[in-house]
Design a protein around this ligand. Structure first.
Ligand code: PMV
Length: 352
């Protein structure tokens, strides 16, 4: 185990039924279950990990920035340190770690890459420590770092069971169908803004669940929507998938606006996109595409490969769209070959 370099790659996911609000903030235990599509293509985070007795401290290089994981670590880095300690305990070791992580997300798109990074880390570290964990166990570790990341532990369509145990042992991700089941489904991401989100998701989860009156209605609604969309996926019923996806996006944005102080992530271009998709669907007399937004103004347009030209055409007149990226479904995290390592095996330092 000591000195074994393992490299893994992880990808982000886009929720169709979203996670927003925690019943336990420490463990990222959600109020409602959620369901997502694992994204593939170029949106990848690559992470190499090595544990060694020769290291004096835990160090992570994140896109070239050196961060020491000590008591001063904050936010996601503090959560990562806790997970690291947990994994070391499971493996019965005290060796410190070197983590080198890079992502190949198109730069300047303002797209969150933390899920991909968290998943690649858990995948590589559990292999480096010789832990034989199944997907559900790894998803629990990833959930502790960044809630929605747990759904990136598998490919295709993935459901995150909210669970009810106070320790989070039944709050894990499970694949509904792999990427081959309905491979025609793609995500066309319309980049509208490159700015960081105004309200972090950590703050948003808290604010909405503690102040929004509508949020109380959202929780049972979202749980029912997860079950309904699961059926749409299994039956490959695009009409119902599209309708449920758009309704969940609007429901979530409504609870965000209903928070106090209000949270507004969409901008005028996002609203133009919403209108354009409704017009497209009406014009065609069927569901061609569905929009869904996260904690930001960028639109994810869920459609089928056969209809992508129609979507492009429908969005072509919207000036505020900076980039349209076509993303296929991903098949989940992977261990990569030694030749892909970001750590030099001779020096145990990041490769230049
Ligand atoms: O995992 P977090 O804390 O970044 O929250 C993600 C929340 C949404 O992206 C808005 C929804 C989701 O389920 O991914």
């Amino acid at each position: 185990m000591d000195g074994k370099i393992v490299t893994a790659v992880g990808t982000p996911n886009k929720a169709l039924i979203m996670y927003w609000g925690n019943r336990n903030t420490q463990l990222n235990l959600p109020f409602n279950s959620s369901l997502s599509i694992t994204l593939g293509g170029d949106l990848q985070a690559k992470t190499s990990v090595v544990f060694s007795k020769s290291f004096k401290e835990d160090v992570i290089y994140f896109n070239g920035e050196r961060i020491v994981l000590n008591g001063k670590a904050e936010g996601k880095m503090a959560a990562l340190k806790l997970v690291l300690d947990q994994m070391r305990k499971m493996a019965g070791t005290t060796s410190k770690v070197l983590v080198v992580s890079k992502n190949s997300f198109p730069t300047g798109t303002g797209m969150a890459s933390s899920a991909a990074g968290a998943v690649a880390f858990v995948y590589a570290a559990s292999e480096a420590l010789g832990l034989s964990l199944d997907t559900a166990q790894k998803s629990i570790l990833a959930r502790n770092i960044s809630g929605s990341a747990c759904r990136s532990l598998d490919g295709g369509f993935v459901m995150w069971h909210k669970g009810s145990n106070p320790d989070g042992s039944d709050s894990y991700a499970e694949q509904v169908a792999d990427h081959r089941h309905w491979s025609e489904i793609i995500d066309m991401i319309a980049i509208v803004s490159e700015k960081q989100k105004k309200v972090s998701s950590t703050e948003g989860h808290k604010r909405t669940s503690s102040t929004s009156v509508l949020f109380k209605a959202r929780v049972p609604y979202a749980d029912a929507a997860v079950q309904a969309i699961r059926e749409s996926i299994l039956q490959k019923d695009f009409d119902s998938l599209a309708e449920i996806t758009m309704q969940d996006s609007n429901n979530l944005q409504a609870t965000m606006l209903d928070s106090w102080p209000p949270i507004v992530y969409l901008n005028s271009t996002s609203h133009e996109i919403i209108e354009a998709i409704h017009e497209l669907n009406e014009r065609e007399g069927r569901y061609v595409a569905a929009y869904t937004f996260d904690a930001g103004p960028n639109a994810h347009i869920i459609t089928r490969t056969r209809d992508k030209a129609k979507v492009k055409e429908a969005l072509s007149g919207i000036n505020g769209i900076k980039q349209l990226i076509e993303v296929p479904q991903g098949d989940g995290p992977k261990i990569l070959d030694e030749s892909e390592s970001l750590i030099d095996p001779e020096t145990l330092k990041p490769v230049a």
